[in-house]
Design a protein around this ligand. Structure first.
Ligand code: MG
Length: 438
């Protein structure tokens, strides 16, 4: 079957997470987790579902951008797209007029991520496989044929990418079995959002320890004394052997980041995440250099807008942990490029997740990374946040602090139609408090 795409619909779906300070950090104090939700219809009845993540206001702008690119997708068949996926990626990202809105960054790139996520979902469903398995079963040449190498060949050529994938064929079967049995290691961010009280933090941390969690992230960056108190509390609760990470969500200037994090060094964080502007590659390099003697790495990526930025972060030794995001980059295609570059530079990938649907999506990519690229779990883990999974038809399965590989066909981003309708903005029954309707 050709699976001709006959229509694309996109909806603005918002969840009132700010009411209870879920997701609050030093810069996003009251996020309402939201998505631009895309459904592709085909002539054979099969559908593809995709989304991109936002934190509330402005989701309508992403919806508008999705509508602007819809004409490049509708009318094409799945076979036509995937037989030249690199070409299709470039068609979307390099449209002669729309590329002025990016290129490959900002709202237009978020919109393209939502559309391409839906195309990948459709492809995996057409093959009857979960997306990670579709990728794992592809041969190296087919995988690289999905990647646009434009602007990154000084760091990674197509030939090198094939070589990496061919080399990793050894042991692939064993690693896939390992994942099916044990799952991929995760860490939790759910205990210590910035807006949570110490009491809530303690309770959530106690519960998490009981459920087998060993790696925890704390939001920091608003007030140093608060950070010290909260990190001390966390470290006392989790003990010296469990892992602690801190996340400042871009709060500081470079020198401030170095001094602030140095004063939290006694709590032994593995990394500081997003210490400064996500665009400041040289700033991150300076912070990395200054914190290395303290044994603290720098992690970033959730707002790193494309593969070219990641390339420079890697070239400048500006990060020690690569945090890919399934909705910030141009879907699987661009994430594949980043996974392969990270491997070449020998920097571990620890994906960003949480929000709405980000855990559901990115688990597929990190499973592929382990089975087919890195072959290692050393210093690697995937973020997990325990919110909003109940709105998905195939929610993530966490067992003993590990992501268990999804079994259902697709990219796990189909939402329950009842959830979409009740949270649709602005007409759904459940409304966000920051209503900016006029
Ligand atoms: Mg973060």
């Amino acid at each position: 079957m050709l699976h001709k795409i006959t229509s694309l619909t996109v909806r603005d779906v918002r969840f009132p997470t700010s009411l209870e300070q879920h997701g609050s950090d030093a810069m996003h104090t009251d996020p309402d987790y939201s998505v631009a939700y895309v459904v592709l219809d085909t002539d054979c009845g099969l559908k593809g579902f995709g989304l991109t993540f936002t934190v509330g206001k402005g989701t309508e702008i992403v919806v508008c951008a999705v509508e602007a690119v819809a004409g490049l997708v509708v009318g094409k068949s799945l076979q036509e797209i995937v037989s030249d996926f690199r070409g299709f990626y470039r068609l979307l990202t390099s449209d002669g007029q729309m590329r002025w809105l990016g290129p490959e960054k900002g709202v237009i790139h978020l919109a393209i991520a939502a559309v391409l996520n839906a195309v990948w979902d459709l492809w995996a469903r057409a093959e009857g496989k979960p997306l990670w398995k579709l990728l794992v079963d592809m041969d190296p040449k087919q995988i690289v044929s999905c990647i646009d190498f434009r602007y990154i060949t000084d760091a990674l050529t197509e030939e090198e990418a094939v070589e990496i994938l061919v080399k990793a064929q050894e042991g692939k079967q064993r690693r896939e079995e390992h994942m099916l049995k044990e799952g991929y290691p995760a860490y939790t961010t759910s205990c210590a959002w910035l807006g949570y009280s110490d009491q809530l933090l303690k309770q959530l941390c106690t519960d998490a320890l009981k459920s087998g969690w060993t790696k925890f992230k704390v939001k920091v960056g608003a007030d140093l004394e608060d950070d010290k108190r909260r990190c001390r509390l966390m470290r006392q609760m989790i003990g010296p052997d469990n892992t602690l990470m801190i996340d400042a969500n871009q709060r500081w200037d470079v020198a401030e980041a170095i001094s602030w994090v140095s004063s939290l060094a006694e709590f032994k964080p593995l990394w500081v995440e997003e210490p400064t502007s996500p665009d400041d590659i040289l700033g991150h390099a300076a912070i990395s250099k200054a914190l290395a003697p303290l044994g603290i790495g720098v992690a970033t990526g959730e707002q790193c807008h494309n593969r070219v930025m990641f390339k420079q972060f890697l070239q400048a030794s500006a990060l020690q942990f690569v945090q890919i995001d399934s909705c910030r980059l141009g879907s699987v295609n661009e994430n594949l490029a980043v996974l392969l570059m990270a491997h070449k530079f020998q920097v571990p990938v620890c994906p960003h997740a949480g929000g709405v649907g980000l855990c559901e999506l990115v688990q597929h990519l990190i499973l592929f990374d382990y089975i087919c690229v890195s072959g290692s779990l050393g210093n690697r883990m995937c973020e997990y946040v325990d919110h909003l999974h109940e709105h998905f038809t195939s929610p993530v399965v966490i067992h003993d602090a590990h992501y268990m590989p999804p079994k259902d066909p697709g990219y796990s981003c189909e939402m329950l139609e009842s959830s979409v309708q009740s949270h649709q903005y602005p007409e759904g029954d459940v409304q966000v408090k920051n209503d900016n309707a006029v």
